[in-house]
Design a protein around this ligand. Structure first.
Ligand SMILES: CC(C)(COP(=O)(O)OP(=O)(O)OC[C@H]1O[C@@H](n2cnc3c(N)ncnc32)[C@H](O)[C@@H]1OP(=O)(O)O)[C@@H](O)C(=O)NCCC(=O)NCCS
Length: 158
């Protein structure tokens, strides 16, 4: 909802959260742009993007997302306010979204693209049953340098 924007900006602007993104991408303008895209996605027909909001006491504390860019495959994303890290919310919410992806959308492959420096996200992906499929070397501009990008995936036909 549009009213979630202040909480979204607060989450993404938190130094611990922002540290997981490339330095040149840590701007409020970019965060607001992503939020705007999520609102637009609600009007898609057919819909190919979903962002599930997790609330605590009526305030957004995080989101988990699913994009369905091609037949059969979904791409997962997640992010929570650092005050709530380690509470199990990310795991629980993503498992629910994966259930939707499999049962309702009939997806057979789920991916998560994670920067090599992001240890928490990689641990979460493994806990969700995804496996490291590939490390794309120096794929992401990271300030003055480059960062590897890791593709984690789970295929339900395995
Ligand atoms: C990744 C993120 C969503 C994890 O959120 P979280 O609330 O800590 O996750 P949960 O509490 O649900 O933890 C689930 C599991 O993930 C793993 N995990 C999470 N954080 C971890 C860390 N810092 N180190 C090791 N494992 C970690 C653990 O296996 C944990 O299960 P366990 O506690 O039973 O061992 C959170 O760190 C975050 O929002 N990061 C910033 C945004 C981001 O990086 N988004 C992803 C971009 S690809």
């Amino acid at each position: 909802m549009a009213s979630d924007l202040p909480a979204w900006i607060e989450i993404h602007g938190h130094p611990l959260y922002a540290a997981q993104d490339a330095p040149q991408r840590r701007t409020e303008r970019r965060s607001a742009g992503i939020f705007e895209e999520f609102l637009k996605a609600q009007r898609q027909d057919p819909r190919t993007e979903w962002e599930m909001v997790v609330e605590l006491d009526g305030r957004m504390i995080g989101t988990v997302g699913l994009r369905n860019p091609r037949s059969g495959t979904g791409v997962l994303g997640w992010g929570f306010h650092p005050d709530h890290w380690g509470s199990g919310y990310a795991l629980e919410a993503t498992e629910a979204l994966m259930q939707f992806a499999r049962a309702d959308l009939k997806l057979i492959r789920l991916e998560a693209w994670i920067y090599a420096s992001n240890q928490a996200s990689q641990a979460l992906a493994l806990k969700l049953g995804l496996h490291l499929e590939a490390t794309l070397r120096s794929r992401v501009r990271w300030g003055d340098g480059w960062m590897n990008d890791c593709i984690y995936a789970r295929v339900y036909e395995d």
